[in-house]
Design a protein around this ligand. Sequence first.
Ligand code: SF4
Ligand code: SF4
Length: 336
Amino acid sequence: MKTVTLGKTGITVNRNGFGALPIQRVSVEEAGRLLRKAFDNGIDFFDTARSYSDSEYKIGLALSDVRDKIVIATKTPSTTVEGFWKDLETSLSLLKTDYIDIYQFHNPAFCPKPGDGTGLYEAMLEAKAQGKIRHIGITNHRLAVAQEAVESGLYETLQFPFSYLASEKDEALVRLCAEKNVGFICMKALSGGLITRSDAAYAYLAQYENTLPIWGVQRESELDEFIAYNDNPPAMTAELSAYIEEERVSLAGDFCRGCGYCMPCPAGIEINQCARMSLLLRRSPAAGWLTPAWQAKMEKIEECLHCGQCMQHCPYSLNTPELLRKNLEDYRTFIK
Ligand code: SF4
Ligand code: SF4
């Protein structure tokens, strides 16, 4: 089984981490079964967040009896000290534990630092001193904030989107983490569902020994794929490398990663799916995207107010209204 050590935390875990965002979408029983199966098959890193509705509750329920054998990372989106403590206490209670291994600021718009006036980083230090958290981490979708966090020396881990669709700057960030001994946790290793071959995704990331992918698991078949990689980790081959190159060409340019940071939309448009519908139609079974319900959601794009809110929040600086328009046009043609 391949393992990875998360920089200066010294935490060493299975190279297959469990991303617990998607278990929000399944029942408590099903989530419990998936989490337990993952644990029974050597997966020992579980990443969740206060913002993932009942994900922490489900982890607490399924894994509290093996707490000392797993590593839990969770996150707070709070921008106030009061909210920070409230979130931390809630997470501890739902996770049925008295400590969080890695507590992360969840995609803040800036890099919290001591003395910046927010008190957030000081709260992290205090939580650490109280033993409620063991390591301080940060997650981000913005390259500039991520770079600043790594350079600052204040963070033990960084969680950032990283997959074979990464840019050279993203790859440089991973190398910077190795240099600064900051653990690198990869989110969106399947680029929000756009990458369909997990063996290619795994083999690409395995080339960066300091990275820990957290695979978002919702179905047992997905979990089984990653469990199989414990004993037979996919290695980069000429075939996989050629495949990745083709994928990079076909997905080049500005595309929506489905992160949802632009939501909610005041016009009620489901931007994180609608703005990448053309890709979803061609990279996953199309039938599910052509139902009357999805047709209605796509037609909602016509109601865009052009308020620009989505563009302000998009970490990839996309022209979202324009992207939505193009996707609607293509969708209508596709249906015909
Ligand atoms: S510009 Fe359109 S899509 Fe974007 S947030 Fe405003 S209404 Fe929604
Ligand atoms: S438009 Fe930007 S913020 Fe919105 S889901 Fe797509 S990538 Fe994320």
